[in-house]
Ligand binder design. Structure first.
Ligand code: DAK
Length: 258
């Protein structure tokens, strides 16, 4: 059985980290399989939104694989970190919105993987944390950067320095999760949300994602200029014309992704 599974339902792809016996811990095989899965989904014109999850109900992903990392020297650790950064960034660079559906433990590299998605939907029984200092380590898959952007510098450092876990409700409160669902419901609810996104103009969704993600790293003046350019581009698309015509003609828009 592959360590990463991909299923496609309508226009929604669901990518599942599938090592439940190790609480879906991330090793090199998982990174390679995720890289392949993201590339295949990206290239599939049928797919218009993505969901990332973990197999089983006990964990989304309980971290990087500690047993595998134990054998690393500094150079292997740096290469493993670079590999993870490259693979996780594929979701950020994607034309698709990616949503992480988190049930159970979401720790260390697992929390970093979830944060590389565009947002996180959490189960009320989920537990988030960056417990690397318990192992004498620090986050190595982008957590120090992405966590600060989600929850602010002081809360990010508090989580990384104390290794304390927070429950789904607290993750929602601090802005780490966007939504909270009953245990067992988060995947289905997230797939429903992804299907809603997939029903919109896909070029517009991709453009909005590109502008918002780029804008977060730009000074406001350049971000505003980038938005103006991107706004103009939408008017040259068939979807933009169709969406406005449908409103004026009081009918449902038929988007083609062109
Ligand atoms: N790695 C490997 N195996 C893991 C694992 C992990 N992160 N988490 C759990 N497992 C395995 C357990 O070893 C156990 O396997 P067996 O011993 O049965 O073979 C199985 O999953 C079930 O786990 P438990 O028996 O421990 O289950 P419990 O319910 O008792 O406890 C737990 C659940 C989540 C509280 C516990 O498993 C736990 O504390 N896990 C470790 C959580 C953790 O510390 N995660 C952060 C990992 S560090 C870097 C790159 C990346 C990173 C850092 C640096 N560079 C390259 C520089 C990231 C680091 C991390 O993510």
């Amino acid at each position: 059985m592959s360590v990463v599974l991909t299923s496609i339902e309508g226009a929604v792809a669901t990518v599942t980290v599938n090592r439940p016996e190790a609480l879906n811990a991330i090793n090199t095989d998982v990174l390679n399989a995720l890289e392949q899965a993201f590339a295949e989904v990206e290239a599939n014109p049928q797919v218009r939104a993505g969901v990332l999850t973990g197999a089983g109900t006990k964990a989304f992903v309980a971290g990087a694989d500690i047993k595998a990392m134990q054998a690393f020297g500094a150079e292997e650790a740096r290469a493993f970190s670079a590999h993870g950064h490259r693979v996780f960034a594929l979701m950020e660079q994607s034309r698709l919105v990616w949503i992480a559906a988190v049930e159970g433990f979401c720790l260390g590299g697992g929390c970093e993987l979830a944060m590389a998605a565009d947002w996180i939907n959490a189960s009320a029984k989920s537990k988030f944390g960056q417990p690397e200092v318990n192992l004498g380590l620090i986050p190595g898959f982008g957590g120090t950067i992405r966590l600060v952007r989600r929850v602010g510098q002081a809360k990010a450092l508090e989580l990384c320095a104390t290794a304390e876990m927070v429950r789904g409700e607290e993750a929602l409160r601090i802005g780490l999760a966007n939504a909270l669902y009953e245990p067992g419901e988060v995947l289905v609810k997230t797939q429903e949300q992804a299907a809603l996104i997939a029903s919109k103009g896909s070029l517009a969704v991709a453009n909005a994602k590109r502008v918002i993600r780029a804008g977060a790293d730009l000074p406001a003046e350049r971000g505003n200029a980038f938005e103006q350019q991107a706004f103009g581009i939408q008017f040259g698309t068939a979807d933009g014309q169709e969406g406005m015509a449908a409103f004026v003609e009081k009918r449902r828009a038929g988007f083609t992704g062109k």
